[in-house]
Design a binder for this molecule. Sequence first.
Ligand code: GZL
Length: 328
Amino acid sequence: MRKPRFLVILTVLTLLAIALAGCSNQTQEEKKSDALLLGFSQLGSESGWRIGNTKSVQEAAEAAGVRLMLENANQSQEKQLTALRSFIAYRVDVIAFSPIVQEGWDNVLREAKEAGIPVIIEDRTIDTDDETLYAVHVGSDFYSEGVMAGEYLLKKLSTLPPETTLNVVELTGTQGSSPMLLRSAGFRDTVAAEPRIRILDSVSGDFMISKGKECVRAMLEKYGAEFQVLFSHNDAMMYGALDAFGEYGLTSGKDVIVISVDGEQRAIDLLKEGKVNCVVECTPMLGEAIMQIARDLKDGKPVEREIYSSERAFTEFDDLSRLAPRGY
Ligand code: GZL
């Protein structure tokens, strides 16, 4: 029995649509295979800042049509080195990574150079004598972040009675990391000329909430009321410190002056509540810059060797009522 004419046409059109969809997918696959392939070694997930940094890279890669191979090293330099070598073996177009510590990268970066794979260092920096081992660093000026923390404390001291002295406990980030070394140097250089500010002690909380709490508990046991100012190298450790202050019966922001770095939304909220006195900004939103740099490197275009984020300090002296959401 002959099928009605419209059924024949419908069948042909359906088969044609399926065929085209297959072709367009194939075209999609072909397109994807030409897209820039970026190997990204992230150092861990130790703080809200780090999680925000990873999210920024993932979202920017998606928006830019960049194929992202993301490896999280969970605070291990060994795992980062393994990830970088896997990117080299896979012949990615560009490598990007945030080095957990400054030292120990020359050999693997030499291997990337010999493989002709350009390297972007994002966020933290490395210590090397061979400038040809990476193309670009994009991230924060950690030394100036330390300076801004010190400048806030000098301003705070100027509002207190002239006989006031301030003892500072420094809660540092990961030993040997560039933010730890440079924030400390910037802060100490800035307050060095003020005899009424004294660094009482320095202890590493490894950028983590739990270790920050442990360290501040120990410092309170050791120094008690002598502990007048906390300079925390990041917000995560500061959150742990606030718990320890509370356990000890101290009101942070009043009994103890609290200075932190990163600028997470939670830290800004604590600043607005008067529980923290100063939060120095360190933006994790580096994803878009990384994708643009990677594309320029792949296209053989000239790129800036050092790209610093522009950042500020938020303090108790500022009007924060119109501050935009932080996004991390
Ligand atoms: C700084 C970044 C630091 C953050 C911490 O750019 O490397 O590492 O300050 C994070 O929160 O752990």
